[in-house]
Design a protein around this ligand. Structure first.
Ligand code: COA
Ligand code: AMP
Length: 631
């Protein structure tokens, strides 16, 4: 244990000393020339000149250190009834073999490998195999539709795509191959090969000359050694929602990422080599990248891949079963998972069936953690519950309660304090620092700590415009909130069109683009409304073109289907209504924020610049028809 304040202050006063020491725990093929290059553009870079391989550090290093027989990865799939454990030696061999299969398809350092897979071990193996070759993976969440997949194919331009015949949702088998084929048809960039893991639940007919069967490809592959890369070379691209339909390709480098991931395991989560760590998320999200795959493996922990849900697979005791069965020390998930469990088992009856003495703490992130959920989890589990705040862009917590440094007093609703390396400031629109307790834009003074994005894939200018231009010298998080007198951060809302649905980050702008593309829609707005289970839900309001005389219900059903088909089921877009007009300012800006307040029955004051306040009554009436704006 240490002293948080002293450590934090040192990280800002002497970032090179702080992170240089942290980096010494890893294996470097060549040491860095400098820990931090402050002159690099568009942002400072970590460990230039250093060379390493992330896969070696996450897998082979532990085998060489004598931990080869320890469990590296446990796969538990209540939706298929399968369970499987890979030791570090087995994982290394599987990864080396699959890296050989990728190499046989011509994948070398710097090439992109797109991974569109469900929560099966092969997803992690494909990620690590890509890292082993010095290639750059880009994982696409399985709940996205073909169109979203195609957008990512066009941007990342992968040489190879790795997929599976299907994913499994509790209510259906999601056949991936038709989605992949459709994406390949509409994409401009055409990868040269697809490697498909066949699962018994669905067949995947292979296209000759392009598609290969995973098992067949691995059977003839030559196991491949790790390729050292520059610390500043990209390890992966992960697309995340921005304000438009064009997702942002967040780039993660190899060196800074490995150092930060490794550091967080001990200092934030308080786990060590040999401990069992479980992030109940999906490899398609940043939580999955950081804490299903890289973080726990870099630290020599046992990581868990769980293919199931918190409820319904088969019951709200699913998480407790997994924790007790494998001796999980730390569970990390989104608050929405706990709201789902609480809804089905409010008294925690299922908890009583399991021995959870192995569990040390629960970590929550991905969305604001409402105090009710925190209290419920803490009371029922009798363990510390840590809310921590971060983003795809950073890859690890900007604010947390550092359990491995110095557990701090909990203030429910606050993710506690800034983590080492993050110089968090709260600024007014004009760039003036806000007083304690006053809301503003949350920014991070450059340099950001290791692992934070150095750019957006192939688009420095978009990176600068989206994150660095508003306040020169600072990174804009896109979140608004405040710092209290004790230095605790409070993250209250987004300042852009991003909403958070069941812990999934989505763009209302992207949904608006899809609605606007319907032939009968003149204009539209999508807002995020409060939802007791998922935190937020998207809600669409459309104005139909003059002269459209179709049955409104039919049009609305088409709109719901359109979002599902073009963005994917994960958008959870089911609420949509026709309105006569949308409220706007006199300069024509749609008043989305005001509509959110009306929908959530919150007090609001229409902006002075509103064009016609009477429209707000019409909107309230339409929202009531969907069960919102009740009071
Ligand atoms: N592939 C295909 N479809 C998927 C999918 C995937 N990987 N993941 C979700 N979907 C589908 C769901 O089946 C659902 O479809 P439906 O409209 O036919 O029911 C839709 O996308 C919406 O999914 P979701 O918002 O997750 O709702 P849900 O009702 O299936 O589950 C929770 C709700 C709360 C149980 C679930 O979201 C959950 O466990 N979340 C917390 C953990 C988490 O993953 N957090 C992410 C970052 S930490
Ligand atoms: P993602 O990039 O998908 O991880 O989403 C990041 C966004 O989710 C952040 O910018 C916040 O808006 C929100 N978020 C994540 N964790 C928290 C948290 N603990 N408290 C409040 N908001 C959070």
């Amino acid at each position: 244990m240490g002293n948080y304040k002293a450590l934090y202050q040192r990280s800002l006063a002497d970032p090179s000393g702080f992170w240089g020491e942290a980096a010494a725990s890893l294996h470097w093929d060549k040491p860095w020339d400098r820990v931090l290059d402050l002159d690099a553009k568009p942002v400072p870079r970590w460990f230039p000149g250093g060379r390493l391989n992330t896969c070696f550090n996450a897998v082979d290093r532990h085998v060489e250190a004598g931990r080869g027989d320890q469990a590296a990865l446990i796969y538990d799939s209540p939706v298929t009834g399968q369970k499987k454990t890979y030791s570090y030696t087995q994982l290394r061999d599987e990864v080396a073999a699959f890296a050989g299969a990728l190499r046989a398809q011509g994948v070398t350092k710097g090439d992109r490998v797109l991974i569109y897979m469900p929560m099966i071990p092969e997803a992690a193996i494909a990620m690590l195999a890509s890292a082993r070759l010095g290639a750059v993976h880009s994982v696409v969440f399985g709940g996205f539709a073909a169109n979203e997949l195609a957008t990512r194919i066009n941007d990342a331009k992968p040489k190879v795509i790795v997929s599976a015949s299907c994913g499994i949702e509790p209510n259906r088998v999601v056949v991936y191959k038709p989605l992949l084929d459709e994406a390949m048809k509409i994409s401009v960039h055409k990868p040269s090969a697809c490697i498909i893991k066949a699962r018994p639940q669905a067949e995947a007919p292979l296209i000759e000359g392009r598609d290969l069967d995973w098992d067949a490809a691995v059977a003839v592959a030559q196991p491949t050694e790790c390729v050292a890369v520059d610390a500043t070379d990209p390890l992966y691209i992960l697309y995340t929602s921005g304000t438009t339909g064009q997702p942002k390709g967040v780039v993660r480098d190899n060196g800074g990422h490995a150092v930060a991931m490794h550091w967080t395991m001990k200092h934030i989560y308080d786990v060590e080599a040999g401990d069992v760590y479980w992030a109940a998320s999906d490899v398609g999200w940043v939580v999955g990248h950081s804490y299903i795959v890289y973080g726990p493996l870099l630290a020599g922990c046992t990581t868990l891949m769980y293919e199931g849900k918190p409820v319904g697979t088969p019951d709200p005791g699913a998480f407790w079963r997994v924790i007790s069965e494998y001796g999980v020390k730390v569970l990390f998930t989104a608050p929405t998972a706990f709201r789902a469990i609480k809804k089905e088992d409010p008294n925690g009856e299922f908890l009583k069936k399991y021995d959870l003495s192995c569990m040390q703490a629960l970590f929550l992130a991905g969305e604001r953690c409402d105090p009710d959920t925190l209290f419920w989890a803490r009371d029922k589990l009798g363990k510390p519950v840590v809310d921590h705040w971060w983003q795809t862009e950073t890859g690890w917590a900007i604010a947390a309660n550092p359990m491995g440094i110095e557990p701090m007093e909990v203030k429910p609703g606050s993710p506690t304090v800034a983590m080492p390396g993050y110089d968090v400031r709260i600024l007014s629109e004009e760039g003036v620092e806000m007083a304690d307790g006053d809301m503003g834009n949350i920014v991070i003074k450059l340099p950001m700590p290791p692992s934070c994005l150095p750019t957006l894939w192939g688009n420095d200018q978009r990176f600068i415009d989206a994150y660095l231009s508003k306040y020169p010298g600072y990174y804009l998080t896109g979140d608004a909130g405040y710092r209290d007198k004790d230095g605790y951060l409070w993250i209250m809302s987004r300042t852009d069109d991003v909403i958070n649905v069941a812990g999934h980050r989505l763009s209302t702008g992207a949904m608006e683009e899809v609605l606007a593309g319907h032939a009968d829609v003149a204009e539209c707005a999508v807002i995020g409304v409060a939802d007791a289970l998922k935190g937020q839900l998207p809600l669409g309001m459309v104005v139909l073109k003059a002269g459209v005389e179709r049955d409104e219900k039919e049009v609305l059903a088409e709109l719901v289907k359109r979002v599902r088909d073009l963005i994917g089921p994960v958008a959870a877009f089911k609420l949509v209504t026709v309105v006569k007009r949308l409220p706007k300012t006199r300069s024509g800006k749609i008043l989305r924020g005001t509509m959110v307040k009306i929908a959530d029955s919150e007090a609001f004051k229409p902006p002075a610049t509103i064009d016609d306040p009477a429209i707000l009554d019409e909107i309230a009436e339409s929202l009531r028809s969907l069960g919102y704006a009740k009071d």
